[in-house]
Each structure stands twice: as C-alpha cells, then as structure tokens.
Design a protein around this ligand. Structure first.
Ligand SMILES: Cc1ncc(COP(=O)(O)O)c(C=O)c1O
Length: 362
C-alpha cells in the first residue's frame, strides 16, 4: 500500500496516480524539470518518418551522432562517450572509476551517491550553505581537497539549489584537483537553460585537463526523457578506453541515435526555449521575492528552490495542497542539508505557472 512517504522523485507520476487517484496525464509536473515546450517538432516529424530505423542495429561507434554532439557542444569527436541517458553514464562512470572516497557538493542529485556506494566507495558531502546563498565557497572547498578524495562531483547548475559555478572558478578547482590527484566529474544536465552557458561550462576545460569528465543529457532541455540519450565528454584516454571497452553495445537505440543530430540542429527550438525560460525565471523570481511566505534562491536554470518562511506551512503540506489540484512540486525534505522548509518547482508555460503561483501565494 502506497503512502505519501514525504517525497517523490520528479518522474514518479505513476505512484502519484495510484495514491491520489489523479490520472497521470492530468498532473502538471513542476517537479520533473522538463522543458514545457515538449519535444521539438522537427524531432517528432523526423521520428515519424524514420521509425523503420528500429529494424536495424545502430552504428556501434555512433559516428554520426558523435559528430553532431561534437558540433553542438564544441569539442573533439573522440572525447565523446554516449549512453542511455546521463543516468546510465553516471552508473557506468562510477563502476569504471570506482572511487574509494568521493566528495560530493550538495545538496544535489542523489544518483551520484548511490552509484559510489554501489561500487563500494564512501561518500562525504561538501555543503553549499544557506547563509552563503547556497553558492559554492571555493576557498573552503579547496581546503577540503587537501584530504585527497579520489573523486569530486559537482552539478552545474546544481539541482536542486539552482546555483552555479563559473568556468574560471572551475579552473581554480581543477588546478588544485590536479595537485592532489583528484578526478572531477561535472554534471551539466541543466546547462543549456542557463543565461550564459559559455560562462559556466566546463566543456572547454576538457581540452586542457585530463582529470575531468563532463556529463550532459537531452531529457530536460529537449523534453525527451523517454528517449534516453546522454553523453560524456573527457580527454582522459585511460578512462575513455576503459569505459568504451566495457560498455554494453548499442545502449543508445537506433531512433535516439538518429534523432540526436536533428535536435542539436534545431536552433529555433533552442532559442525559443531559452527565451521562455529566461522570461519565466525572472518573472517568478520577482513574484516570490515580494512574497512574505517564501524566500527564493536565485535560480540560474529552469527550476527554483524556495525556502518556506510561513511557520504554519512546511514542504509536505505544500506538496499535498498542490497535488490535490493536480500540480506536483518537489518536496526537498530528504535532501542532505535541507529540511521540510524547502521546496523546488520548475518553470512551465506562463499560464500554468500562474495557476501554481495563485495556489502557493493564497
Ligand atoms: C542533475 C541530474 N543529472 C542527471 C539526471 C538524469 O537525467 P537522464 O534522463 O539524462 O538520465 C537528472 C534527472 O533528474 C538530474 O536532475
């Protein structure tokens, strides 16, 4: 028997359907962090016309796909590894790197910790502090790196805080990591939503640093979580070869391999998304900033973390209030360093955001 166990993953719509008896198609997910425009039309049309590609195996080396990723992300083709979503790449990376001691900057996405533990490593968190606006204190982190973890994990922009780290700060961190033999894994799943991805991306640094891998996906920005397409960028030949030689063949299916180049070329969709998210991010941030019930953490991706100020409310009560109106927000109670004072919501279409605003603020 399902109960509201105080948190649901952003994609747990089936559980919600069962527990609250709301058909999942009726639920507005402010929790999934997926682009509200839906998949690009170009992708839908191409998919319809090329479904028959499923009757052939994909190219085992994914040459066309890697060429398209290289052009899109601006990096050499032979730095790219592909996988069935960034989740598969996280799992596979941890099984190959098998870090004995990982330092994870948190609160953050929970899969990094899970994958380290599965591979018998230990995890420590380096906290993003509320009193520092949840932004990274690079000096304090650099001191911690002297204890020489084998792996440092950073999500940029970070889920759920929505804060980010600049490329220049990352360079400082990487230099210290080099000195201490620490490998840095950066998850850039949300980077295309940021105001200026070029100011915060670590992809250019992959050309300079061997102790770095950058992860990206297509589930969120291109609204294709069911397609399962992700990629990793690294110059590190040892990791690359180890990874590549132990991959399950064909984990990216023929359709995903064919659609990658189509979505990466769709400049119109990319620009539309960036304009919509920019507009809603600024608008919702200002509205919440004015409210006495919530304090928003300055968002830099397509979602925002809110501190609940009203003592009569907490994250569980707010989740319940919203889900009864078929709107699903993220209760952040179970994240390290957070509590029942924090929730997260992603930006959907303006009228949908208005519905949520009026419920949360009244
Ligand atoms: C930070 C982060 N990385 C990775 C993922 C997994 O994405 P994918 O669908 O590419 O496996 C998520 C999903 O919520 C996420 O928030």
């Amino acid at each position: 028997m399902l109960r509201h166990k105080d948190h649901f993953h952003g994609s747990d719509l089936e559980k919600i359907e069962e527990l609250y008896k709301i058909p999942k198609e009726k639920i507005l997910s402010f929790s999934g962090n997926v682009n509200p425009l839906g998949m690009p039309k170009s992708v839908l049309e191409y998919a319809k016309a090329h479904l028959d590609c499923l009757s052939a195996y994909p190219d085992r080396e994914y040459k066309d796909l890697k060429r398209a990723i290289a052009a899109y992300a601006d990096c050499p083709e032979d730095f790219i590894l592909t996988g069935s979503g960034s989740s598969e790449l996280i799992t596979h990376f941890m099984s190959k790197a098998a870090p004995k001691r990982a330092l994870i900057i948190g609160p953050t996405y929970s899969e990094y910790e899970r994958a380290v533990i599965i591979n018998k490593g230990t995890v420590k968190y380096f906290p993003l502090r509320e009193e520092e606006g949840f932004s990274l204190n690079t000096e304090a982190l650099i001191e911690k790196l002297e204890s020489e973890p084998s792996l440092l994990v950073l999500c940029n922009p970070n889920n759920p805080t929505g804060t980010n780290v600049s490329t220049e700060e990352l360079r400082r961190i990487l230099n210290v990591c080099m000195e201490h033999g620490v490998f840095l894994l950066i998850d850039e799943t949300y980077i295309e939503f940021a105001e200026d991805p070029g100011r915060i991306s670590a992809v250019p640094l992959t050309q300079e640093y061997e102790n770095l891998a950058v992860l990206r996906g297509t589930s969120k920005f291109f609204a294709l979580p069911g397609l399962r397409l992700g990629y990793m960028i690294t110059q590190n030949r040892e990791l690359y070869e180890k990874f590549h030689s132990t991959e399950t063949p064909w984990t990216v299916n023929s359709l995903a391999a064919a659609l990658g180049p189509v979505m990466f070329r769709d400049r119109d969709y990319i620009e539309k998304t960036r304009a919509l998210i920019h507009q809603e991010r600024e608008r919702l941030y200002s509205v919440f900033k004015e409210s006495r019930r919530f304090s928003p953490i300055r968002p830099t991706a397509n979602f925002m973390m809110l501190k609940v100020l009203d003592p009569e409310l907490n994250s569980g009560l707010l989740f319940e209030k919203c889900i009864r109106e078929a709107m699903m927000i993220r209760d952040l109670k179970n994240f390290p360093f957070l509590s029942d004072r924090f929730i997260r919501l992603c930006f959907l279409m303006p009228e949908q955001n208005d519905r949520l605003l009026s419920l949360l603020l009244n």
